[in-house]
Structure formats: C-alpha cells, structure tokens
Design a protein around this ligand. Structure first.
Ligand SMILES: [Zn+2]
Length: 433
C-alpha cells in the first residue's frame, strides 16, 4: 500500500517486531497514521516506505507486539475487601461467591461502577492489553470513556418463563445505549450476553438468540463453569436449587433439567451459531466441545478464575491438540488477583499435558492472547498489518529466536516489562502517554 503523502503519523522502531504469532522481524518497525497501521515489517523496509516527515520513536532492546486481548472480563466488578480494606478470601462454595456478587451489586453506589471501570481498564493497559471482551456492568454510561477496545456484552438474567419479555426489553435498551456509546467512542461495540444456562430460562435464551441474530451482534454466555451449574442443568437439583434461588426469594422447583445435552439445547434455542462465544467450558466432555465447535462456537478459557473458585480446569490439552482455537480471559478482579494476560498464559501453559513441545505451546498461547481473542470478539486487531488498528504494546525483548522467543516472552514478561501500550495510535499507558 502506497501511503498518501503528508499524513500525520509516527514510526515506532524496535529491536524486534511481532506482526502476529507466526511472523517476527528483527529489527522491526511499525508506521502508524490516523490510528491505524500503515506499514509493519522489517525496519529497513518500513523506513524506506514511510512517508517523509514521520517522526521516529526508537525502542532498543524492546519488542513491539500486537496488543493483548483479555477476552473475558467484568471491568466494573472490583476487588472485594472487608471494611478494613483487606482482600476477602474467595469462598469455597461457588454459590456463596455468586451471592457475594449479588450483595455487592445491591449495596454498591452508582458512582462506584465508573470508578471501578477506570481503574480496571488502567490496570489492563498496564499489562499491554489493548482489547477486552467485557460483560457490561450496571453503569452503561461509563463505557463512553472506555480507553480500551471493547466488545461490551449487554447481559440478560431471568430464569422464570414469565420474566423473559421484561428482561428482553432491558437488554434491548442496554444495546441501544451501547450503540450511542459506539457512535462517539469508536473503541466500543455492543454484544448480547445471556448470563448462563442456570440464570437464563429457555424462553429468554431463545429471545436473546433472536435479538443477537436480528441485530447482527455476537452473543456470549458463561457455560459449564462449575459443578453446581452442571448438577442444576442435569436435573434441576443441587446447590443452585437448594441455596442460590431460595436466597434471592425465587422458586425454581418447576425446573427439572435441560432434558437434552448442552450442545443440543444450545442448537435448539438458536444460540449455537457461527461466532457464539462460550466462556469457561470446564465441565464438558471432549465430544461436547467438538460438537459446539462444529456448531460455530468460539471459546474463552479462564484458567486462573476456575482455579481460584475450585471449579476445576479447562481442557487446554484438548483445545491445543485438536487445534480448536481458543482465547484467554482473566475474568473479574473479584475472582483473580490481577488482570494479567501474562499470568493467564502461564496458567494455561501449566495445564497442558500433551506432546507439543513447550516452546511451541508458548507460541500458541501467545496467539490465544492476541489474534484468537480479537477473532472471538469479532473485533479488528490482534495482528499488526496494514489497515488494522494501531493497537500494540512495547515490552522488554527476552531474546531467543523462533518458538524460544515466545517461551522467553511468556516466562519473563510482567507489568514491569511493559514500556508502552498504544490503542488506536494513541499512547494509553507508559512513557509516551
Ligand atoms: Zn464472567
């Protein structure tokens, strides 16, 4: 592509450039104009082709990476603390955890949600994250100033058949509000999220599936996260029925289970179609994962959140060995100590039990945390190619070549190694911010 003369821009030069998990250049450079990548490749080629007058920023000893993608997060949920400000331990029962979130939501001030979003987004940027898959919090107006690229999923919750229409109306209004945000903040796009299969009844699930299809929006659902969820979906019993619903004053004794396999249920309700995003998928058998994949599903795995709740672990080995693309998400600060995609990659690495060599696995996990994430969210970026948004991070180069470079990157990178995070061509974190 021949750049138009005279456009305002800048050239970032570093010891190495990762264009995507499969292509690196040493040294490399990225020319940015109007928020997008104009050129990306070997330093000499980019400097030769870059328009005259573009200032140059040099980062010796550093590597330019596509911005990381945290594909599942709730930025408005804070770290939970006791009245003295000490972190609260995560309760051993997942139902107690859900009750804690409900209590927080009811007790929090409206003003606190935007503050939580601001600080969580700043934390995400500090790790080199440029893009998130966000489950909308209570304050939709907070996304007007969202500084990271985000697919913001408007969430619907309602299990009893008679509430389906009312909840559908609430979700439609939320999407309208997020469309208003998107008109002024080009980083934000809306989506639809039926919360889970144990909090969204069949009528509402069908309605939300129809809504997503009619408006051309991606859908996202938490699925097969915990043992109590699986017990409830199987026959309507377990802790969800005996403790969760009674605690919120609702009767679900009429529910006797899905009566079908999860893939069959998702297909029949219309939610399983190309691009639907399934989050967690811990308690599924391999044939079920394969069936969901065949139905068009994409996957976000959150190994640290699952571990912290005692919910088990996603089957990283199967996803990697069967070449099923997956993205990674941290989940909220209520579940994990920080929003580090690096820690999430390391957690996923520790779960892999297959035969793939470790360094090659690390490259795949980097792909999971970049281009697989944007693909899962239906957002641009995840790679640094002409025409893509200029979303990138500049971090300390760990050295090494090929797969070993990616292993070094995974092993050595933390927040302290992130020099600069750029979103849509603007410095959003670091020295030049
Ligand atoms: Zn979640």
């Amino acid at each position: 592509m021949k750049p138009a003369p005279g456009r305002q821009g800048v050239v970032y030069v570093a010891s190495r450039l990762v264009v995507e998990a499969g292509a690196t250049f040493s040294p490399g450079a990225v020319a940015v104009a109007d928020g997008n990548v104009l050129l990306a490749g070997p330093k000499a080629d980019v400097l030769r082709a870059a328009p005259a007058g573009f200032p140059r920023m040099e980062f010796p000893g550093e590597v330019i990476l596509p911005g990381l993608v945290n594909a599942h997060v709730h930025l408005q949920i804070p770290r939970f603390t006791d009245p003295a400000g000490m972190p609260l331990p995560i309760p051993p029962s997942f139902v107690d955890w859900i009750l804690r979130v409900i209590a927080w939501r009811l007790g929090a001030t409206q003003a606190s949600f935007a503050g939580n979003l601001r600080s969580a987004a700043a934390e995400a940027l500090s790790f080199g994250t440029t893009t998130v898959g966000e489950i909308a919090g209570p304050d939709l107006s907070a996304y007007d100033g969202c500084p990271v690229r985000a697919r913001v999923f408007a969430e619907g919750i309602g299990f009893a058949p008679h509430v389906a229409n009312e909840v559908l109306g609430i979700v439609e209004a939320a999407i309208d509000r997020l469309e208003t945000t998107a008109a002024s903040n080009p980083l934000v796009l809306p989506g639809v999220s039926p919360h889970t299969l144990y909090t969204v009844g069949e009528n509402l699930l069908r309605s939300l599936a129809d809504l997503a299809a009619a408006r051309g929006l991606p859908a996202c659902i938490h699925l097969a996260e915990s043992v109590p969820e699986m017990a409830f979906l199987a026959d309507g019993g377990g802790e969800i029925a005996s403790r969760l619903y009674p605690a919120v004053g609702k009767d679900v004794s009429w529910f006797g289970g899905l009566g079908r396999t999860i893939p069959a249920y998702l297909a029949e309700t219309g939610i399983l179609r190309e691009g639907v995003l399934l989050v967690h998928t811990v308690h599924l058998a391999r044939p079920e994962i394969d069936a969901l994949r065949a139905g068009g599903a994409r996957f976000v795995l959150c190994p640290r959140s699952n571990a912290s709740h005692g919910n088990g672990a996603p089957d990283i080995t199967h996803f990697v060995d069967a070449k099923i693309p997956f993205a990674l998400g941290t989940d909220s600060l209520g579940s994990v100590p920080d929003l580090s995609p690096w820690e999430e990659m390391r957690a996923a690495r520790s779960l892999y039990k297959g035969r793939k060599k470790d360094a090659a696995l690390c490259r795949e996990l980097f792909r999971a945390a970049t281009e697989n994430g944007t693909a899962a969210l239906g957002l641009p970026g995840g790679i640094l190619a002409p025409g893509e948004p200029a979303d990138f991070a500049i971090v300390d180069d760990p050295g090494g070549d090929g797969d070993r470079f990616f292993r070094g990157l995974l092993e050595k990178t933390g927040r302290e190694n992130v020099r600069l995070t750029v979103v849509a061509g603007q410095s959003a974190h670091g020295a030049a911010a």
